[in-house]
Design a binder for this molecule. Structure first.
Ligand code: GLU
Length: 487
C-alpha cells in the first residue's frame, strides 16, 4: 500500500451479510483500491447476545464471494490486531477510565428500572427521550450510598449542550447536528464492562489509523456522537462519508422485516447470481462512472471510483434490473467459468457421459435464456436424462400425428448422414429431410424437438442434436415413436 488512506468495513455478526453492508464494503474497497490504500475487515462483535460465529462465517464468505478482499483482518492479520472487538474489552475500559480522569466521563449508577421509569415519564409528558444526566453531579455522600447498595456503575460520556456538531461529509456535504438531539450523556461502557458501539468504534478507528469512514446514512447521529468522543480523546476525526440508504421500489427501506432473505447476499449466491452482477449492480446503484458506462467489472471500477460521484439520493433495489445484469454476466463470462459454477446445479445428473468440451457446449446452448444460473438444471435436464420421462401434452398430441412419425422415421434412416459435433451441419440435414417431405417450420422442427427434449421449445435444435450425438438421438426418437400410432 502506498498511501495513508485506510478504510474499513465493520459489520456486526448479528445477522447474515446484508446487501446494504455489501454495498458499503464495496464502496470502501473501491475507495481503498483507487487511492492505493488499505481495506480492513473488523468484526464488531461486542453484542454478545446477538453475535454468532455462523454469521461471522457468512459475512466472511459473502465478502470473499464478491471478490472484496481485505488487506487486514480475519484470516490475514496485519499490524493492528485484533480485529474482533471482544478481544479488546479491557482496552476500551482503560480508555474510558482516562475520560473519567479528565472529567469527560463519569460513573452512572442508574438501574435499568430507574432508566425505564425515566423513559415512561418522558413518554407520558411527550418529552424527548433522553438521559437527564442525573448521575453527572452526584455528591460524595450519594456516591458512597450507591456503592454501599452494591450497585455496579456504567460509564457515561458527557455530551455538552448547547453545541452544534458539524462536519464536511464526503458524500452529503455540510452536516450539522444539534448535540441536544443526541439523547443526553451516553453510556460508553456498560456495567458489565463491555464497551458500546459508539465508543468501541472510535477507539478502534483511532487504533487502526482509519482515515475515512464510509458507511450508511443511518449512522449520521452516531457520527455526531463519535466526533465528540474523538475530541475528548484528543484525536482528529477521520473523514466521514454517508451513503444514502437502499429502498425497494415501493420506497420501503430494504430490511429483513419487509424483505426476509432477499436482503441477504447468501440468498443470491445460492440462487445462481453471478458475483460480478451483484458487484456491478450494487456499485452503480448510487454511483456512476464519469464515462456513463453501465457495465463494468470490479477491477475496472477501482480506478474510476471516488466519493464525489456517489449520489446523495436513496438507491432503489429493483430485482428485474439486477436480473438484467445477471443475465448479461451469465451470457458473457468465459464458458469454463460458467461451467464450473454450473456443476453444483448438475450434481444429480450423470455428467460423466459428456466430455468437458461437450458440457461447455451445453452451457453455451442454454445460457442465453437464463436469468439465474440455478435455472440451468431445469433447462438442460433433458441432455442428461436416460430417456425422456415426460412428454408435455402438446408433444404427446404432436407425436400422434402421421407427419411427425414420418419425419422421425426418416431421421432414423439418415442418422449416418449427420455431422455430429457440428450444430449447423446437423440442422442442415434436418432441413434437407424437411425438403424431401415438403415439411418446414413447426411441422418439421417441433416433432424432432419434442422427441429429443419432451417439449416443443428449447435451445437451438442443431446444437441440441449435435451435442446429444447419434446414440442418444436414436434412442430418443425410438422412444418417441413408441408413442405414435402404428401406420
Ligand atoms: N457495526 C456497525 C454496523 O454494522 C458498523 C458501523 C460503522 O461502520 O461504523 O452498522
Amino acid at each position: 500500500m502506498t498511501s495513508d488512506i485506510r478504510v474499513r468495513i465493520a459489520p456486526s455478526p448479528t445477522g447474515h451479510l446484508h446487501l446494504g453492508t455489501a454495498r458499503t464494503a464495496l464502496y470502501n474497497y473501491l475507495f481503498a483500491r483507487h487511492h492505493k490504500g488499505s481495506f480492513v475487515l473488523r468484526l464488531e462483535d461486542t453484542d454478545e447476545m446477538r453475535s454468532d460465529e455462523s454469521y461471522t462465517q457468512d459475512i466472511i464468505d459473502g465478502l470473499k464471494w464478491l471478490g472484496l478482499s481485505w488487506d487486514e483482518g480475519p484470516d490475514i492479520g496485519g499490524p493492528y490486531p485484533p480485529y474482533r472487538q471482544t478481544e479488546k474489552i479491557d482496552h476500551y475500559e482503560r480508555v474510558a477510565q482516562k475520560l473519567i480522569s479528565s472529567g469527560q466521563a463519569y460513573f452512572c449508577y442508574c438501574s435499568p428500572e430507574e432508566l425505564s421509569l425515566l423513559k415512561e415519564d418522558q413518554k407520558n409528558s411527550n418529552g424527548a427521550l433522553r438521559y437527564d444526566n442525573r448521575c453527572r453531579h452526584l455528591t460524595e455522600a450519594q456516591l458512597t450510598q450507591l456503592q454501599a447498595e452494591g450497585r455496579v456503575p456504567a460509564i457515561r460520556f458527557k455530551v455538552e449542550e448547547p453545541r452544534v456538531v458539524s462536519w464536511h461529509d464526503g458524500i452529503k456535504g455540510e452536516i450539522a447536528i444539534d448535540s441536544a438531539d443526541l439523547g443526553g450523556d451516553m453510556v460508553i461502557v456498560k456495567s458489565n464492562g463491555v464497551a458500546i458501539y459508539n465508543f468501541a468504534v472510535v477507539v478502534d478507528d483511532i487504533d487502526m489509523k482509519i482515515s475515512h469512514v464510509i458507511r450508511g446514512e443511518d449512522h449520521i447521529h452516531n457520527t455526531a456522537k463519535q466526533i465528540l468522543i474523538y475530541e475528548a480523546l484528543g484525536h482528529k476525526p477521520p473523514v466521514f462519508a454517508h451513503a444514502a440508504l437502499i429502498f425497494d421500489i415501493e420506497r420501503r427501506k430494504l430490511s429483513k422485516r419487509h424483505h426476509g432473505e432477499a436482503v441477504h447476499v447468501d440468498r443470491y449466491r445460492r440462487d445462481g447470481y453471478m458475483p460480478e452482477a451483484i458487484v456491478n449492480y450494487l456499485a452503480q446503484m448510487s454511483w456512476s462512472p464519469a464515462d456513463g458506462r453501465e457495465i463494468f467489472t470490479l477491477p475496472e471500477a477501482c480506478p474510476m471510483f471516488d466519493l464525489d460521484r456517489v449520489s446523495k439520493s436513496p438507491a432503489v433495489f429493483d430485482v428485474p434490473r439486477l436480473n438484467w445484469f445477471n443475465s448479461h454476466y451469465i451470457r458473457s463470462l468465459p464458458l469454463p467459468l460458467i461451467l464450473e459454477r454450473t456443476m453444483p446445479y448438475w450434481q444429480s445428473f450423470d455428467c460423466a457421459q459428456y466430455s468437458k468440451a461437450q458440457l461447455e457446449e451445453i452451457v453455451a446452448t442454454v445460457r442465453d435464456g437464463l436469468t439465474t444460473l440455478c435455472e440451468i438444471a431445469e433447462v438442460a435436464r433433458f441432455f442428461f436424462e436416460k430417456e425422456i420421462s415426460l412428454f408435455d401434452e402438446q408433444v404427446q398430441s404432436l407425436l400422434a400425428a402421421d407427419s411427425s412419425r414420418t419425419v422421425l422415421t426418416k431421421i432414423l434412416k439418415h442418422l449416418g448422414e449427420f455431422p455430429w459435433g457440428d450444430g449447423k451441419g446437423c440442422k442442415a440435414v434436418i432441413d434437407s429431410i424437411g425438403k424431401e417431405l415438403s415439411l418446414k417450420g413447426k411441422d418439421l422442427y417441433w416433432p424432432v424437438r419434442g422427441a429429443l427434449c419432451g417439449k416443443t421449445s428449447g435451445p437451438d435444435l442443431g446444437a441440441t442434436l449435435s451435442i446429444l450425438g447419434a446414440a442418444r438421438v436414436k434412442e430418443r426418437i425410438e422412444g418417441a415413436l413408441g408413442l405414435c400410432p402404428q401406420a
